[in-house]
Write a protein that binds this ligand. Structure first.
Ligand code: FA5
Ligand code: MG
Length: 416
């Protein structure tokens, strides 16, 4: 068994510096007002790369750039020799071995979904931070790039599946560092239990679901990593109760790799059949692949460089990434008085759109409020590094000049 220590932290609401994810807006675990809608929406059957005009629509609510559009349809999770495809298959194999024939798998669900599917059907409150255009990519007011594979829970339950794994690309406006990227891959897992099952186990329904969930995921960690240090954290998600996150000790830090919990009963009752119980999880495939293959930076998964790609082969879980070279980084600091238009996610989006994958990290290194004027000043450090080559001063200066100009023009900050 991997050493999965149980660590109880107050809740994801306390302490953690995190702009989004599915943290509570206010009181963790409160009963929220969003009612599930039992009307069966048709299951999305579209597949393949969306057309550009279906993504960058010209709607006033549209906030998607070509940088993001270009990542759509690449489907790293459907490339058998790619680390993301390899880890997907390894997880499928694990669940097939644990419960032969039980889990139905889907990996071609269309990434453009309604706000109804992405939020309402999984009980995300109307005022939840994840609905904000600061956090989510909107195609138009009622359509988004899915920000999690939980967007497919309700429709797959309605289609009558009692156990399934849904893998797909998901999209988020987020911070920039070695473990966060605006496009990444998740796998959703759901398993429904019948009353006969918890009766036979001599447990109450929630206890059985929680136990089976944790057993399954601890077993998965062992299957993938052998002995690795991991711990359970109490968490909050609108769609599960109780809720947990699993963290793995990686490169000197605790890395969150998944969220999970016992499905909120209303979701199951409205979309499956009453009288059942279920668990659900959402795995971050890049995070798992980073641990398994020792990949130090999430941008590498998007590298087209053969020196990266040739190191991995379908079915081989033993490969460990060998850096071909570590090119020098270069950083630029930028201080400014913030404006109402400013947010860290807006800054990261802007920097990515200009600097692309040359941007390694964006960090707030200083901030203060002038007591007399009440104005707040931030200083951000932008670290640039290519995974493939050395950068020249001229190209970084040109990018940084553009960044400075656009933060002033678009985010209306006053550079200092
Ligand atoms: C969710 O997305 C929930 N839908 C998970 C879930 C499903 C909970 C079913 C309960 C039941 P969260 O926002 O924490 O939760 O993201 C899940 C995982 O995605 C994280 O643990 C992490 O591994 C990965 N992840 C999140 N943001 C990023 C990012 N910007 N880049 C790479 N991976 C990320
Ligand atoms: Mg999380």
């Amino acid at each position: 068994m991997p050493a999965c220590a149980r660590s109880v932290r107050a809740s994801a609401f306390s302490g953690r510096v995190c702009s989004r994810a599915f943290q509570p807006v206010a009181r963790p675990g409160r009963v929220h007002a969003v009612a599930p809608v039992a009307v069966a929406a048709p299951v999305q059957l579209k597949t393949g790369k969306p057309k550009r005009e279906d993504v960058i629509t010209g709607s006033p609510d549209n906030n998607i750039s070509d940088y993001i559009y270009d990542k759509m349809g690449v489907d790293l999770h459907r490339q058998a020799d790619h680390p993301i495809g390899i880890i997907k298959q390894a997880i499928y194999d694990y669940f097939e071995k644990r419960n032969p024939g039980m889990f139905k798998t889907f990996d071609d669900r269309y990434p453009i979904v309604t706000t109804h599917a992405n939020f309402d059907e999984v009980l995300v409150p109307k005022d939840h931070v994840s609905r904000s255009p600061n956090d989510t990519y909107y195609v138009d007011a009622n359509t988004v790039l899915r920000c999690h594979t939980s967007a497919h829970q309700a429709e797959t339950l309605r289609a009558g599946h009692p156990a399934f794994l849904v893998t797909g690309d998901v999209y988020r406006r987020d911070s920039i560092d070695s473990t966060h990227y605006p496009v990444f891959h998740q796998m959703e897992g759901v398993r429904v239990f019948t009353e006969a099952e918890w009766t036979a186990a001599g447990a109450d329904a929630t206890a059985l679901a929680e136990k089976d969930l944790k057993d399954a995921l601890e077993g998965l960690a062992k299957h993938l990593f052998g002995d690795v240090e991991c711990r359970w954290i109490d968490a909050y998600f609108p769609f599960t109760n109780p809720s947990f996150e699993l963290e793995i000790f990686f490169k000197g830090k605790w890395l969150e790799v998944l969220g999970c919990g016992v499905m909120e009963q209303v979701i199951l009752d409205a979309n499956y059949k009453p009288g059942h119980k279920a668990w659900a999880f959402g795995l971050g495939l890049e995070r798992l692949a980073m641990v398994l293959f020792d990949v130090p930076d999430i941008r590498l998964f998007w590298s087209g460089d053969d020196r990266f790609l040739k190191q991995f082969k379908a079915g081989d879980l033993t490969a460990r990434f060998k850096p071909y070279s570590k090119y020098p980084s270069c950083y630029k600091d930028m201080a400014f008085w913030v404006s109402p238009e400013f947010s860290e996610n807006n800054l990261c989006e802007l920097v990515r759109n200009i600097g692309g994958d040359l941007v390694e990290e964006v960090t707030l290194i200083d901030n203060f409020t002038n007591k007399k004027t009440g104005r707040t000043s931030n200083c951000y450090r932008i670290v640039y590094r290519s995974m493939e080559r050395s950068l020249t001063d001229e190209e970084i200066n040109a990018i940084q000049d553009k960044v400075r100009q656009q933060v002033a023009d678009v985010l209306k900050v006053e550079l200092r």
